[in-house]
Design a protein around this ligand. Structure first.
Ligand code: NAP
Length: 289
């Protein structure tokens, strides 16, 4: 029986990724949407999550795609109403609020999924296996993109809790916390524009328990070619995981590249945990960021 799902916060990522991924997955039936200013054709539409939950009685799950500052209240309402919850990244504005949702989901025996789409990029598992089999001498995360090109008119991203350049940066951290040893921050410098509450650039130094140095360079004002790279100098060669996790090269030789299918994979994972009665809430990227 398909999982009957409703989608909340119909904006860029819903149209770019969630709707096509759901349409291609027989485990789900998209039955409704809640959004203040947008609708999805062919299904029941509501202005708020409250009206949607009250009207659609046989709903099994919701997918929360609004900005992170507004996710907690919506997730709580959905869990209180007995629905499984898929959360876009980042799962919230703070670690503690997501821990609270995780505990509520466990108490209610519902599945909560803190999705990290970049972890499902095609070459990430190959990079993880390569690094697990060698010793890492140092690593560098370089995530530089043009905010005007990727986030036009998104005011929330510059407000407190919107994370600023850490909105893309947390994608890098979701990969780094999956493929690199556990690490902690030793230094950080964040650049805030005078009229914004969130940073536009950041330079961070980390150290692993074994002393491996890792640097992270985030910049939202890069025009021209965009950089979404993780580099590692290892005893087995120089690794470059590039294009946001899509391509893996060792010593300049491309060793892994496959078609991108991050969101189809996310919904496959959500169906799997709902069917298994489990949650998947890894807070490592948010905790470190
Ligand atoms: P968006 O288009 O600006 O926002 C999504 C929708 O959320 C808006 O269209 C709006 O719909 C609703 N919303 C905005 N403010 C709200 C509020 N105060 N309360 C309730 N709903 C509100 O942003 P997006 O690019 O889709 O990003 C949404 C999430 O997806 C973010 O967490 C982002 O990190 C993640 N994400 C984005 C991308 C991307 O490429 N853009 C990629 C991966 C993940 P209504 O006004 O109709 O309610």
């Amino acid at each position: 029986k398909p999982i009957r799902i409703g989608i909340v916060g119909v904006g860029k990522i819903v149209r770019d990724q969630h709707l096509p991924a759901l349409a291609g997955n027989a485990d789900f039936e998209l039955v409704c949407a809640a959004s203040r200013n947008a609708t999805v054709d062919g299904i029941a539409n509501f202005p708020t999550i409250e009206t949607m939950l009250a009207a659609v009685k046989d709903l099994d799950a919701v997918s929360l795609c609004m900005p992170p500052q507004y996710r907690y209240d919506a997730a709580r309402k959905a869990l209180e109403a007995g629905k499984h919850v898929f959360m876009e990244k980042p799962p919230g504005a703070t670690v503690r609020e997501v821990e609270d949702l995780r505990d509520l989901a466990a108490a209610k025996r519902l599945s909560l999924f803190a999705s990290w789409h970049s972890r499902y990029a095609p070459a990430v598992e190959a990079a993880r296996k390569f690094l697990a089999a060698t010793r890492i001498k140092s690593a560098a995360i370089v995530w530089k993109e043009d905010v005007r090109r990727w986030h036009p008119n998104q005011d929330w991203i510059w407000q407190a809790g919107g994370l600023g350049v850490f909105d893309p940066g947390i994608n890098a951290l979701s990969i780094a916390t999956h493929i690199l040893p556990a690490m902690y921050v030793t230094e950080a410098a964040l650049d805030f524009p005078a009229n914004k509450d969130a940073p536009v650039a950041a330079r961070i130094a980390f150290r692993s328990a074994e002393g491996t140095p890792v640097t992270m360079d985030l910049d939202w004002l890069q025009t021209g070619p965009q950089s979404w790279d993780i580099l590692a100098d290892t005893e087995a060669g120089k690794m470059l995981l590039s294009s946001g996790g899509a391509k893996l090269s060792i010593d300049g030789k491309l060793v892994h590249e496959a078609p991108e299918r991050e969101y189809p994979a996310l919904y496959e994972r959500f169906a799997e945990i709902v069917r298994a009665g489990r949650s998947d809430v890894d807070l490592a990227p948010l905790r470190i960021g």
